[in-house]
Design a protein around this ligand. Sequence first.
Ligand SMILES: NC(=O)c1ccc[n+]([C@@H]2O[C@H](COP(=O)([O-])OP(=O)(O)OC[C@H]3O[C@@H](n4cnc5c(N)ncnc54)[C@H](O)[C@@H]3O)[C@@H](O)[C@H]2O)c1
Ligand SMILES: C[N+](C)(C)CCCC=O
Length: 518
Amino acid sequence: MLQRLAASSLWRPAPAPFAAVVRCVSSGSVDITAPLNFWAGKRRTSQEKCSKENVYEPATGRVLCHLEPCGAAEVDQAVKAAKSAFDLWSKLSGMERGRIMIEAALNIESRREDIAEMEVVNNGKSITEARLDVDSARLCIEYYAGVASTLAGQHVQLPGGSFAYTRREPLGVCVGIGAWNYPFQIAAWKSAPALACGNTMVFKPSPVTPVTAVMLAELYAAAGAPEGLFNVVQGGQETGSLLCHHPDVAKVSFTGSVPTGKKIMEMASKGVKPVTLELGGKSPLLIFEDSELENAVRGALMANFLSQGQVCSNGTRVFVQRSILPEFVEEVVKRTQAIEIGDPLLEGTRMGALVSRPHLEKVLSFVDQAKKEGASVLCGGEPFVPSDPKLKDGYYMTPCVLGNCTDDMTCVKEEIFGPVMSVLSFETEEEVLQRANDTTMGLAAGVFTRDVRRAHRVVEHLKAGSCFINNYNITPVEVPFGGFKMSGIGRENGQVTIEHYSQLKTVFVEMGDVDSLF
Ligand SMILES: NC(=O)c1ccc[n+]([C@@H]2O[C@H](COP(=O)([O-])OP(=O)(O)OC[C@H]3O[C@@H](n4cnc5c(N)ncnc54)[C@H](O)[C@@H]3O)[C@@H](O)[C@H]2O)c1
Ligand SMILES: C[N+](C)(C)CCCC=O
């Protein structure tokens, strides 16, 4: 198969990964000078005359690198590269595509630490979490490498020996647009199913976290992918909008906020392009009095404080049955106060820096608003300055638990996207279900109970795309993930995602004569 690739003008020997990244990995000492765009097999500098934007290191507030947003000409070059690679890639068998994807997964495994460190430096999350994100990206590529060879149609018998069959065919050039909270993982979760189905991709990371998607591009290239298979263009909404409107783009897969998701859908509608939308949430976590308290407390922490609380699926509305509220709150507060905040590259750190200064300020203002509306701050919710002087300008805050919350408060209604847990109490199952579902979003939901009947009855009534029983925020890549209501359209991960990255062709085969009415 590699011989077939080599015979094509698309194939070139893979570039050495990360050649121009100069780093010495400790917070405050990394400078990224390599170009961050990548198309047709190489890193590219933007030729656009527009001003460069600063990209910051959240742990220190230092400038890490400069973003060069791509304009129309560059977006066009990236799409052309992807279109040209499509001619080759879509003709390979699933086994052949899968082999290259497995190689890419192995490359990720061997560069796990480098990628995780760059994710930390650009995003601010702890190294412990960043490693798990890299693992999830690798597993996703491995999973879809296996799925690639299973893509198949159906054979349908028709009268007189005639028959029909279906073929699952790729869509063409797919666009991926990512959020800043899981930069590398989002790029993998989008590209893996797209590539497995025979599509190619142009990916635009968030301008806040441009660093690691281009590493993924290099790792695919190093695995023997044809030039143009996975491309990265940098930029913000203008670049994203150019991608959505591009006539050679067949599909847009977006992860981000609800307001941007609506715009993406509107832009895609102009070209009648299918969309996958992974949007925001305000998910409920229901803790019944018969829960195993230790697990319920762990679940609530996992539902709120991963990635500094910047997780779409977070269960930020924690409904606790009144009879166990005091003991639950006492334990949650004690463990929240014990979370080690600080340098995200240190092994002991469990909470790093929020992604940007404006975002930190926004999250802190939600805490202020909650106080004004009558919530009580049970712990945290303050800016935090680590003792290490090099971290003094980083974007840290203490994780916060809000008590005395009511359903009408802003902190309970709006997505905060930071380490802020709102605790509410309830009396009955019927009441909590009504309150849990009283939101325009429906990404995730969780329930803790020892009663197996109640657990399944409750999830049947929860209006959310991903429901957890006695756990929270686990996302194995074999399992579909996505939202109900305004939290999105389509799914990522699992078998079903194949349907979102392919189209079905039906072929009718006549074995007799044409039975004409004319
Ligand atoms: N459901 C999920 O899987 C999931 C996962 C992660 C994050 N999110 C959501 O993402 C949000 C946080 O991320 P964010 O602040 O980066 O979101 P955002 O909507 O501001 O930006 C997301 C991406 O869209 C791009 N963009 C912005 N305007 C655009 C436009 N007009 N046209 C094309 N592209 C445009 C941005 O540059 C960025 O790459 C939260 O609401 C969170 O819940 C959802
Ligand atoms: C934190 N998880 C479980 C990896 C979910 C990531 C997807 C959303 O931000």
